[in-house]
Design a protein around this ligand. Structure first.
Ligand code: C2E
Ligand code: CA
Ligand code: CA
Length: 402
């Protein structure tokens, strides 16, 4: 299938988020379009020269690359490929970028906002008239729904047939090294592709509406593991919640019921929400978080320091823990800026009565630094990588005897 002419359509993607790149690649391939995904401008321009794409999909907002600058360079190269501009920052910015691309003489196929639907991207890839602002038409017979269903179905099958595994990473007290608990981290053991990391299927589950099913499978397995090995131990279990789960008003009840079935006191469960999701829609978030707290679960703000928290919201939301984003911790020993941010977060968190966990502790120096600056808890490869359930239980036993 080609978009209106005999040439094989080829899509080159530039998005700093590999999950989005992967998703677009899958959608394109299902539409009969060859696709390659890149995450850096350097890689992108190299593929542009050597691979000869017919379409380009460009994320506008990337941390290290300026999407507008990429458009300008494409203009200088008098690039003939059809450009699809993608962004998560609102339609006015998209429209401005569209105009700027057109001014650079680029052939803009259209723009799409994140989160986008499969049909939106497909219609831009297969449109004959490359001129619409995301409104290009797609012939019904060009939609090969079967392969695309297989992808959603394969994740669903994975959930239903227990291909989703939960691994566990220990969390320790900074001053003493004593184990305080584990964080549950999802993995997909795919029959053909092997172990797939969460960054590659959780965003997909969020986009396809499978996240609630997936979340239920993960905490159910994690709580069963926890009650098998640590029913009597004085340890905590951290579980990650997706931002999308915040609109699922029954979630608090379901987790509480699973805790009860596993005979785990809800106080031993910490639910982790990223800073960005926790600070999003104020009313629904506050409702759900309060419900979770009422049921007894503890709440933690994950990836703190990279989002934009208002201090008043931070003080008012019912959190008990704050996790410093690993970006600051992994760079602490090379960057005084990271060190200062870590110290500031610890000061802020403590003044609000929150426990502080640093994740991404990759070496002893970083651990020592965290001890010096009064961080409460630590997690990271240097202490232990995430492990499958039985190995994590074994790790705990070995530390008890040594
Ligand atoms: P996260 O919640 O921030 O989890 C920490 C990630 O850092 C994990 O990656 C962990 O393996 C990794 N990590 C741990 N120690 C170190 C270290 O010393 N250095 C470095 N560089 N990385 C370290 P993982 O398991 O690949 O998970 C990635 C993300 O996927 C998680 O980030 C979380 O946002 C999401 N995720 C994982 N499991 C679940 C889940 O069950 N539900 C939801 N909604 N999201 C999940
Ligand atoms: Ca986490
Ligand atoms: Ca984190």
């Amino acid at each position: 299938m080609t978009p209106g002419h005999a040439e094989q359509a080829k899509l080159l993607i530039l998005d700093d988020d590999p999950a989005i790149g992967q998703l677009m690649t899958e959608i394109a391939r299902n539409a009969g379009v060859l696709a390659v995904s890149t995450t850096t401008a350097e890689d992108f321009f190299q593929h542009l020269q050597t691979w000869g794409p017919t379409h380009l999909a460009l994320d506008l907002v990337m941390p290290d690359i300026d999407g507008i600058e990429v458009l300008r360079q494409l203009g200088e190269l008098t690039c003939q490929a059809k450009v699809i501009i993608i962004s998560g920052i609102g339609s006015r910015v998209l429209e401005a970028a569209y105009r700027s691309a057109a001014e650079h003489g680029l052939n803009v196929a259209g723009t799409i906002s994140k989160p986008f639907s499969q049909n939106q991207l497909r219609s831009l890839l297969t449109s004959v008239e490359p001129n619409a602002l995301g409104t290009a038409k797609l012939a019904e017979d060009q939609i090969p729904a079967k392969e695309e269903l297989v992808t959603a179905v394969s994740l669903m099958t994975a959930i239903e047939t227990n291909q989703i595994e939960v691994w566990y990473q220990p969390k320790v007290v900074c001053q003493t090294g004593q184990l305080v608990g584990f964080e549950a981290l999802a993995r997909w053991r795919h029959p053909q592709s092997g172990l797939i990391p969460p960054d590659r299927f959780i965003p997909f589950a969020e986009q396809t509406g499978l996240i609630d099913l997936l979340t239920d499978a993960i905490y159910t397995e994690a709580l069963a593991w926890f009650s098998t090995y640590f029913a009597e131990a004085d340890l905590l279990l951290s579980i990650n919640l997706s931002a999308r789960s915040l609109s699922d008003i029954r979630l608090a009840d379901r987790i509480a019921a699973t805790c009860q079935a596993c005979q785990i006191h809800p106080e031993r469960v910490i639910l982790e929400l990223t800073e960005t999701s926790a600070m999003a829609d104020p009313t629904t978030t506050l409702d759900l978080l309060t419900r979770l707290r009422i049921k007894g679960m503890q709440l933690s703000i994950d990836d703190f320091g990279v989002g934009y928290s208002s201090l008043i919201r931070l003080a008012r939301l019912p959190f008990s823990e704050l996790k410093i984003d690993k970006m600051f911790v992994t760079t602490a020993m090379q960057s005084s800026e990271s060190q200062n941010i870590i110290k500031a977060i610890i000061g802020l968190g403590h003044s609000l009565g929150l426990r502080i966990t640093a994740e991404g502790v990759e070496d002893e120096l970083a651990f020592k630094f965290l001890q010096q600056v009064g961080c409460d808890l630590a997690q990271g490869y240097w202490l232990s990588r995430p492990m499958p359930g039985p190995a994590a239980a074994q790790w705990h036993c070995e530390r008890l005897v040594s």
